[in-house]
Design a protein around this ligand. Structure first.
Ligand SMILES: *[C@@H]1O[C@H](CO)[C@@H](O)[C@H](O)[C@H]1NC(C)=O
Ligand SMILES: *[C@@H]1O[C@H](CO)[C@@H](O)[C@H](O)[C@H]1NC(C)=O
Ligand SMILES: *[C@@H]1O[C@H](CO)[C@@H](O)[C@H](O)[C@H]1NC(C)=O
Ligand SMILES: *[C@@H]1O[C@H](CO)[C@@H](O)[C@H](O)[C@H]1NC(C)=O
Ligand SMILES: *[C@@H]1O[C@H](CO)[C@@H](O)[C@H](O)[C@H]1NC(C)=O
Length: 607
């Protein structure tokens, strides 16, 4: 099982906030911390992979381990390509979706994403796909269709996504289904596909075909029967350990028993590596620009190599998870502050800084007194982000003028919050990082208290109970996606790590961070870290408000609108005999969860 850990440091935040960093491109980014590093093993064909970046193209401005930005990544990819090509090898750059939603750089512009797509397009990406977040809203998928697909013309693949063409109203592929190409130096013949997991939450202007149906279509069957192929490349917004990728693997293997296959995946926000057989592997490269995945294959049969020997050994697959900071980038390219940056990379770093200024992302709304963690501490507890939301934010601020003093059971899915809070400035950017969604609240009145409680209980059993009955599909969840990687009851409870202030120059002291275990072992991370604990949280948190007794007879059941369809199902199971969709109403009109939190921060967290 993959292990989920991430890392942060709140070192000298105020100081770094004011001083331009000597190394990193975003002026307020902290300097990376030197740490013991594992090297990259280059092969004939090399890959860099990002996934689930969710708008974090400025990098992490409060975490030194992930403090490089998209401009630095452009320089890195360029230098890596130069290095590979100088050795007669190839490099491909891949992104597997969920580029949108989750960071002020995307969410705070109007329209959303105008700065982001302009920054994104400067990276040379050889292959990319859509995630589920690109498809929740009509205008988001249309922005993909009109902007991102053309920006990466020919490289954006959509094997199982169609869109209703905004002008002709015809159902058309979002992007080409697949692509065949030959690599520049090695002449490796590649057939590439681009998938999305069996997602059902998309807006009705797009159609996501189930992977198991797509792979039975003629075009796919023909593509995998092509004999002039040295490597199948399956990229997608799909977990690497998933029924969907297992199905694709089996389908290709059934026809091509011997052709190497490389998968690249995502969606669960974890670092993970899957071994399907000795010639088929899959890499998932984390989330939020914390991780750049590296993979390589050596010993591929190519038209150039086959004449040399007919008994070529089995290809060798390697993987590495790179912490997204300049210390790692310099190390892996063998370059330094002077020789590493490219002009284009520096231009893009400036473009990001300009966008952040235009969008006022550094505007401070308050100052957080201490850390609030999603999964580093137990829930409930004083440092739990969810406990804070329940007992402080919702308890103080959730009230609809029309329902004053009515006992209220409020339910919010834990997945509505996306990131930890660090002590120090809570900025405009922090707001979107914490909760990028536009969801507001709805409620049902006069719900018998026992039924309301039962509904929450049922919601907390999802996906087992509520998962749309989709055999052979990846589960979805109301909890943070990271949790999907864990079997039901497992808690990774590592020794607590003290957050002492590691001196920047001390390279021997390990910094807490990712310590990944995957199908290839425990040595995948480039940076050697001290492990971090991971605690599960329920799908939904709940808080009882304005109750004069512990067991009121009836309550207003208030829930975040994003989960209404699950509430409908849960109400049925709980035996509540009402038409939820009809009888529910808006609670606190015009108020989103994000703004509720922001207002609370402004009132309560003075700097
Ligand atoms: C989609 O529409 C909403 C509501 O009008 C708007 O706020 C948002 O910026 C739009 N998004 C895009 C990608 O155009
Ligand atoms: C999509 O949903 C909207 C809102 O529910 C509805 O008005 C529209 O007719 C639907 N479109 C299609 C193609 O089903
Ligand atoms: C970088 O920006 C400068 C100034 O706008 C421009 O002249 C130059 O062509 C850009 N360089 C690259 C490689 O994009
Ligand atoms: C709860 O009661 C307090 C005190 O009467 C009141 O100020 C607040 O608005 C009430 N909240 C709700 C949700 O009714
Ligand atoms: C209201 O409900 C909460 C949570 O169940 C409970 O802790 C509290 O004691 C209740 N208040 C009263 C006055 O009973």
């Amino acid at each position: 099982m993959p292990q989920y850990h991430h890392h942060r440091k709140d070192m000298m935040l105020f100081l770094l906030w004011l001083l331009p960093s000597a190394l990193a491109a975003q002026p307020s980014a902290p300097d990376p911390i030197s740490a013991p590093l594992r090297s990259l093993d280059f092969g004939q064909l090399n890959f860099l992979h990002t996934t689930d970046t969710h708008g974090w193209l400025a990098g992490h401005l409060q975490e030194p381990s992930y403090s490089a930005d998209w401009g630095d990544y452009i320089s890195f990819a360029t230098r890596m390509r130069e290095k590979a090509e100088a050795q007669g090898q190839d490099l491909l750059v891949i992104d597997t979706g969920d580029r949108v939603e989750g960071n002020g750089l995307y969410d705070s512009s109007e329209p959303k994403g105008v700065y982001l797509s302009d920054i994104l397009r400067h990276q040379h990406i050889d292959l990319l796909t859509s995630g589920n977040h690109e498809l929740y809203k009509k205008n988001t998928s249309e922005a993909e269709f009109f902007t991102t697909v053309p920006n990466f013309r020919g490289n954006y693949l959509a094997s199982n996504i169609d869109i209703i063409h905004p002008t002709t109203k015809e159902l058309v592929p979002l992007a080409p289904r697949y692509k065949k190409f030959t690599t520049k130096k090695q002449g490796i013949r590649v057939v590439a596909f681009g998938f999305l997991f069996d997602f059902t939450g998309n807006w009705n202007n797009t159609v996501v075909q189930k992977v198991s149906s797509t792979i039975k279509e003629d075009w796919f069957q023909e593509a995998i029967r092509d004999k002039e192929v040295d490597l199948f490349l399956v990229i997608g917004h799909v977990p690497v350990h998933s029924p969907e990728y297992q199905a694709i693997f089996k389908e290709i293997r059934g026809i091509r028993w011997d052709t190497p296959i490389h998968f690249f995946g995502g969606h669960q926000h974890i670092r993970d590596y899957a071994r399907y057989d000795s010639k088929a592997f899959g890499l998932a490269s984390g989330r939020f620009m914390e991780t750049v995945g590296f993979a390589s294959i050596d010993g591929l049969n190519t038209p150039k190599s086959t004449h040399l020997s007919s008994a070529v050994a089995s290809p060798v697959f390697k993987r590495r998870y790179i912490d997204q900071n300049l210390f790692s980038y310099y190390h892996h390219t063998g370059l330094d502050e002077k020789s590493f940056p490219t002009e284009k990379g520096q231009n893009v770093s400036r473009l990001i800084a300009k966008a952040r200024t235009d969008l006022h992302l550094d505007q401070v709304h308050g100052c957080a007194p201490h850390e609030l963690w999603m999964s580093r501490v137990k829930y409930p507890s004083p440092s739990s982000l969810y406990t804070w939301l329940e007992t402080q934010v919702l308890a103080d601020s959730l009230k609809d003028e029309r329902r004053v003093n009515v006992p209220t059971l409020a339910v919010v899915n834990t997945g509505a919050l996306r990131f930890d809070i660090f002590p120090g400035p809570f900025t405009q950017d922090s707001t979107f990082i914490l909760s990028p969604f536009t969801s507001g609240f709805r409620y049902l009145k006069n719900v018998p208290f026992d039924k309301a409680q039962l509904i929450v209980e049922v919601l907390n059993k999802q996906p087992q109970v509520l998962q749309a009955s989709q055999e052979g599909s990846s589960p979805t969840t109301l909890a943070p996606p990271e949790q999907l990687a864990y079997p039901e009851d497992v808690v990774v409870d590592k020794e607590p790590v003290a957050f002492d202030q590691t001196p920047l120059s001390d390279s021997r002291k390990l910094v807490p961070g990712y310590t990944t275990e995957d199908d290839a072992g425990k040595d995948g991370d480039d940076t050697v870290h001290e492990p971090i604990s991971f605690y599960r949280v329920p799908n939904c948190l709940q808080v009882l408000l304005n109750n004069s007794t512990e067991t009121p007879e009836t309550v207003d059941l208030v829930y975040i609108d994003f989960i209404e369809k699950y509430v409908v199902q849960a109400a049925k199971i709980a035996g509540l005999d009402i038409d939820v969709a009809k009888e529910s109403d808006v609670y606190m009109p015009q108020m989103s969860l994000t703004n509720l939190i922001l207002d609370w921060v402004k009132k309560n967290w003075k700097c």
